[in-house]
Ligand binder design. Structure first.
Ligand SMILES: Cc1ncc(COP(=O)(O)O)c(C=O)c1O
Length: 413
């Protein structure tokens, strides 16, 4: 069978994270002589909290009404329903004070799909795309699939010696240097980031924005974890496409609304980009999911009116903040290895001072505890692991238990 060259190539370089998840499959765990029910996983890049009850009821309303259910089986416009675009714009105005109108919003299937379509819409084959090291592990594969020969340029943001992110000044200086040399068409970064849960400082993002504006590059801000910030939010969370037409915010309901399997995503951008993305989406998804748009629109409109949306987000954020504290405190107490303090999101990074792949393998085989090796997120994490507290947010005791098990195996308690 002759598959495409690109996919043949990509099959030969499988995602390191998928590989480790396969290694931790039920059958493999049994083959290792372990009980799969006893495995404690810090591997999952997902959230464990419940969706808003009011949102569930919106789905219930649709599925219990013959006409509404019938309507939910129809195509929506390629950019999404106007009411849904308006609801998402009003949510952003309300939560982050962003000056945004319906015309600045296009809805897609997920941020994975939207990011793919943005690459196609904004860049060409030989263009350069700049991202940080470490950052979200799926980007390189997504870029390769979308743009084939685009070149990825990385900038290291972690000070490996001090196991801390570099400060705004150092980041800005390094950015200027790398940008000047490489001239990327796109600069792409999440804030808070995955896998580090660090938020990029205001001054640094201002530097990126100024340089992108002056040189006609696009700045893509992946806001997968925007509502899950534990401290004060940076000012750039309120920037609007009216002032910064080169900036694109990528949003998703996966993390805040526990919509990972009911995915819906949108971008906030200048109208010219929205119109271009509409053309791209005609060829990729035709239209976003109708039922999710219907349910989310009603939920947002009601939730903004009665305050329940804000309450839900506040409670969710608090729960993750607590889970993050349990994680970091347990690492300090039981393992005493350097780790980052999460500023939002679902993760921390722990320096294990040996090859992360080997550490993960031996810890899994000997304790049934699963970490994710850091190397898949960038070279700077070759001696580190990503630890996710996201799946355990409703049962933080398990977080402590896993670290105790690992500490005993490593002879630290
Ligand atoms: C930074 C970042 N962007 C995008 C995604 C994927 O989002 P979606 O579920 O909307 O495709 C993830 C998922 O882990 C992520 O961490």
């Amino acid at each position: 069978m002759q598959l495409s060259k690109i996919i043949e190539e990509m099959i030969r370089e499988p995602s390191p994270i998928r590989q480790i998840m396969k290694m931790a499959s039920r059958q493999n765990i049994i083959n290792m002589g372990l009980d799969p029910d006893e495995v404690i996983s810090y591997g999952g890049g997902w959230v464990g909290h419940h969706s808003p009850e009011e949102l569930r009821k919106e789905y219930q309303k649709i599925s219990s009404d013959i006409e509404l259910f019938h309507n939910s089986g129809a195509y929506s416009p390629t950019a999404g329903f106007d009411e849904a675009r308006e609801a998402l714009a009003s949510m952003e105005r309300y939560l982050f004070n962003v000056n945004v109108r319906m015309e600045n919003v296009i809805i897609g299937q997920s941020s994975t799909q939207i990011t793919h379509d943005l690459f196609i819409t904004l860049a060409d084959d030989g263009d350069k795309i700049m991202m940080f090291d470490p950052t979200y592990a799926n980007y390189p594969g997504q870029i390769k699939i979308a743009l084939r020969n685009a070149e990825i340029v990385r900038m290291k943001v972690l000070d490996e010696e001090r196991w801390k992110y570099k400060d705004a000044e150092a980041l800005s200086e390094e950015f200027k240097e790398v940008y000047e040399k490489e001239k990327p068409k796109i600069v792409l970064f999440p804030s808070p980031d995955n896998p580090s849960s660090q938020i990029f400082p205001q001054e640094f993002v201002e530097t990126i924005a100024d340089i992108c504006q002056d040189n006609n590059s696009f700045m893509l801000l992946d806001y997968a974890y925007k509502t899950q910030v534990f401290g004060p939010v940076p000012e750039y969370f309120s920037w609007s496409p009216a002032d910064k037409p080169f900036m694109i915010g990528i949003y998703s309901n996966s993390k805040w609304g526990r919509g990972l399997g009911r995915r819906l995503a949108w971008i906030i951008a200048d109208e010219e980009i929205i119109n271009a993305m509409e053309r791209t989406q005609q060829c990729t998804i035709l239209c976003p999911d109708t039922m999710h748009q219907m349910a989310l629109t009603e939920y947002i409109n009601e939730g903004l009116k009665d305050g329940s949306l804000k309450r839900y987000l506040d409670e969710t954020r608090d729960a993750y903040k607590k889970a993050a504290e349990v994680t970091v405190n347990s690492i300090r107490e039981y393992l005493d290895m350097p780790c980052l303090t999460p500023q939002g999101g679902l993760y921390t990074l722990m320096n294990v001072n040996e090859d992360g792949n080997k550490f993960v393998e031996r810890v899994l085989k000997n304790t049934g505890v699963l970490f994710i090796p850091g190397a898949g997120f960038g070279e700077s994490l070759r001696n580190a692991v990503r630890i996710s507290y996201g799946p355990h947010v409703e049962n933080t005791e398990i977080i402590r238990e896993g670290f105790i098990r690992v500490a005993k195996y490593l002879g630290r308690m």
